[in-house]
Design a protein around this ligand. Sequence first.
Ligand SMILES: Cc1cc2nc3c(=O)[nH]c(=O)nc-3n(C[C@H](O)[C@H](O)[C@H](O)COP(=O)(O)OP(=O)(O)OC[C@H]3O[C@@H](n4cnc5c(N)ncnc54)[C@H](O)[C@@H]3O)c2cc1C
Length: 371
Amino acid sequence: MAQLSRKKNKIAVVGGGPSGVYCALMILNLFEKNKFSDYEITIFEKDGFLKTILKTGNGRCNITNYTPDIRDFASNYPRGEKFLYSIFSKYFIFDTLDFFNSIGIETYVESDNRVFPVSQSAKDVRNKMLKALYSFDNVKCVKKCINFRSELCDFDFIIVSCGSRGSENLIKDFGHGLVEFKNALCALNISKKFSLEGVSVKSLEGDFIFTKNGVSGPLIFKISSINAYKNFPYEIKIKLFDENVLYDLISRFPKKTIGNLVSILIPRSLAKCLVSDFDLNACEVSKSKIFEYSFLKLNIVSASKVGEIVKAGGVKLDDLDNYCKSKIVKNLWFCGEIINVDGFCGGFNLQNCWSSAYCVAFDVVRSIISE
Ligand SMILES: Cc1cc2nc3c(=O)[nH]c(=O)nc-3n(C[C@H](O)[C@H](O)[C@H](O)COP(=O)(O)OP(=O)(O)OC[C@H]3O[C@@H](n4cnc5c(N)ncnc54)[C@H](O)[C@@H]3O)c2cc1C
């Protein structure tokens, strides 16, 4: 009887992307488990619900990364590593995989530890998450852009999960500190034009490809992420090959040109740009030159908009507790990319969404049930 006379606990989720929808699903599941129904969730989404998930993993959705040790996993986040220890200790990859399994999404692990749905379809992930969401009665999905805190005054509990594109005003309106958003996981533009567009290179540090204005590919995304807050221009040095392998080739083929031998290790077109004495007999080239040829030095002048898979920056972690609850505004939480956490490619950014969303859901449910 006491429950009937209480007002409904009204929960707002701002942003219907992966973190917002996952958070709503976790709240719904936790309440169902606790046989509690005196609440209502409204998810506000300005564009399409779970639209951002469709382009993940090139349409295949790299759900997470099978790295079972929390510290190893967290070392893949240039920003947020330590903050995530606590978040991952509450909800980690196995919980995520169990959940996806429970809604009919089977997964498999690729040789580099990336986890994908067996269906190889981000659309399938989206459809099954939305189907699970719509199976509950206590949730409303509203197409609306929320720009100000005052638009949410009807709600008792607010979760902000609107990602890192255009959320600055809302963060500031809540009085929260904001670490400036910067492009991460993106291609980089370089000062020198090599005319090598389309040439791909397997370096000792990872793979990359030359673009019209610079470089792109997995290694470059990682470099762009590490250097997200570095001022332009800056120099990077990529170790292309082990010089000992070249020494070995030289001792076997001393009369071949150095250019031809370097071309065994890297694309010939790149070797032509790097090796100044291309036609010299290999045995005549100094050790210091050989060492020099094993590196590619690039002068990075700007971040490209190409790629830009994630943005560094967001809600200051000092303003959040270890359930992503605001220390500044009562009954306010943040989850997903909007917090100042970003990871490398490989499923790390979505795992931040799933884990932070769960922590928020757990805390919201605990606050309501213990009221
Ligand atoms: C091309 C691409 C590929 C990617 N592939 C992968 C991958 O395979 N694996 C991986 O781990 N990560 C990947 N990522 C990163 C991952 O998609 C993001 O980290 C993740 O989508 C963040 O989820 P989110 O819900 O926090 O934010 P978002 O996905 O940005 O969702 C936020 C939602 O909020 C809505 N919104 C914003 N502001 C408002 C407002 N004021 N009012 C109402 N609604 C609002 C937006 O329309 C959006 O739907 C990829 C990203 C890109 C761009």
